[in-house]
Design a binder for this molecule. Structure first.
Ligand SMILES: [Zn+2]
Length: 224
């Protein structure tokens, strides 16, 4: 199914009563055709005097690009509602899916027999359904001789490559991105240290919609 605004609103109200004691304030709901997420709570934030953030202007976004099983749409809505709960209560979690998020997610999974996950993981079928939404974990490597190259990491090797690439003597710097641009479909997923030279201008063009990845402790995630 592809969600409609009415459907999302209905589920939001239902889960708000069921899982959040009806405490979530209504917020604007938008349908999105994003390739990079299934759901998202967009917001603005400003620094408070003590250095923490104040979050406001929330918008609830659900991607309708893919035809997903209803249960996955429901789980996506619930997942985003946890984000909204944390942000709108100005709770400073340890990360986007930090300690508070995980605790709430586990509670909801147990109490309501849901199957929420941290990543908005896509099944194999969905990836095949739309080749264009293949997710690429891209390391842009700058060499000391001025050339640019990329490595598309296999998911299972992301951490290893993240640590190993900067240690290659010819490498000047590394920046990581996640992108669904189909340009990157042509490169094999790297299991080892293999960097493909690409023209800088060409790369720039295809990284326009990419999101930066950051590593905090042991967690690699999209930079907020
Ligand atoms: Zn999330």
């Amino acid at each position: 199914m592809k969600a409609t605004k009415e459907y999302i609103q209905k589920k939001f109200d239902e889960y708000n009563r069921l899982c959040f004691d009806g405490k979530l304030e209504p917020l604007p709901i938008r349908l999105s055709r994003a390739r990079t997420f299934l759901g998202q709570v967009a917001y603005m934030r400003k620094r408070k005097w003590n250095g923490s953030w104040h979050y406001y202007n929330f918008v609830f976004k659900i991607s309708v690009l893919l035809d997903l099983p209803e249960q996955e749409v429901e789980d996506t809505i619930l997942h985003e509602m946890i984000h909204y709960y944390i942000l709108s209560n100005q709770i400073q979690d340890t990360s986007a899916h930090g300690v508070v998020f995980r605790q709430m997610m586990q509670d909801i999974n147990q109490r309501f027999h849901r199957n929420l996950t941290i990543t908005h993981r896509r099944s194999k079928e969905e990836l095949e359904q739309d080749q264009q939404v293949r997710q690429h974990l891209i390391c842009v490597v700058r060499f000391k001789n001025g050339q640019t190259g990329i490595t598309i990491a296999a998911k299972t090797r992301l951490y290893r490559l993240w640590n190993a690439l900067p240690k290659v003597p010819e490498v000047e710097s590394c920046r990581w991105y996640v992108s669904t641009d189909s340009y990157f479909n042509r490169f094999p997923r790297a299991l080892s240290l293999k960097v493909y030279k690409v023209p800088q201008e060409e790369l720039k063009l295809h990284l326009q919609d990419a999101l930066s990845l950051v590593k905090t402790g042991n967690v690699i995630q999209v930079q907020k």
